[in-house]
Write a protein that binds this ligand. Sequence first.
Ligand code: SF4
Length: 362
Amino acid sequence: MNFIPEELVVERGCESSVIFNNLRSTLPQVPVKLVDDVRLGAAGSDSANQFGAAKRKLYLTRHRGEFFKKCPGSEGQVCCNYFVINFASNCPMDCSYCYLQEYLADNASLKVFSNIGDLIDEADRTLRKHRGHFFRIGTGEITDSLALEPYTGIVRELIPYFAEQPNVLLELKTKSDCVDNLLDLDPKGRIVVAWSMNPQPVIDRDEHGTASFAERLLAARRCQQAGYRLGFHFDPMIEYPGWETDYQSMVAEIFASIDWRKVCWLSLGVLRETPGLKRVMRQRFPRTRLLAGEQVLCPDGKLRYFQPQRIRMYRKMVQWIRQSAPTVQIYLCMESKEIWQQVFGFAPACEKELGNRMAPVD
Ligand code: SF4
């Protein structure tokens, strides 16, 4: 991980937290500024440059409000009944298609939350109250789950709690290879470490500051050897001349390196963005090739490749995956029932059905 923040901005009261101590011991060279309320000096990003600048300082603050939420999904698309807990906001990496550029435009500061005990208490109340319900919970909705882990140690605090819960899978989704903190813990089958994967040419062009494909795959192997379940997200899939060769070899390489029977799920999703995000991408990454292809505006307000093209891409990926991993669970992220039907020959009747398909078979 190459990211080193220029400054740690710490809200008074957070100095007694484990996370503060971890940050101080792992980043001793970084200056610390104590402030009364991080919201007063925190960055919005009314210009594209400010969004990039906001990633260079790291804020430590208390989270006010609820940690535990239902994934908002996307209107009219099949939802996979996913919950999210946010222990940080924004990301030190900088993918050109990242939706946070628009989603966090008014609140762009790179923040981690110090009150992890409150997060665990809140999760515990929900999980205990609904023991008959199986929860898939992710931590990578508005941040990368592991990119800051070498400094914060937050995930190290979460795993021992979630590993003991009978009705949960906690998914840690990343484009980093920061897994050292995980390897001596026992996940007890309850923790899924998942990588967003793209072929190296896509990483080189559009996933700035992330781990290479080989580094992600090696990290996945290490996690599998340490007893973790794995997930892979081929999302966003990008269409470009030669994409078939690159994606096919990527899939083959993954399944030559890891045991697919320990993979909980794979997701597929094509590049999608709102017109607003497209404007930001044009400003921040004018040389990206992602904006060159033709797209169509879908009912949820997002631009995607044309339907026949998406179906063609998904079918090919499913075929390549099935050659190596015949029964692994595959789902489509933010796609309509119609596309599901065309790709798999069925569409889940409801979000609960899809969520239950991904419950672990112990
Ligand atoms: S790794 Fe994820 S959260 Fe971070 S910049 Fe890339 S897309 Fe955004």
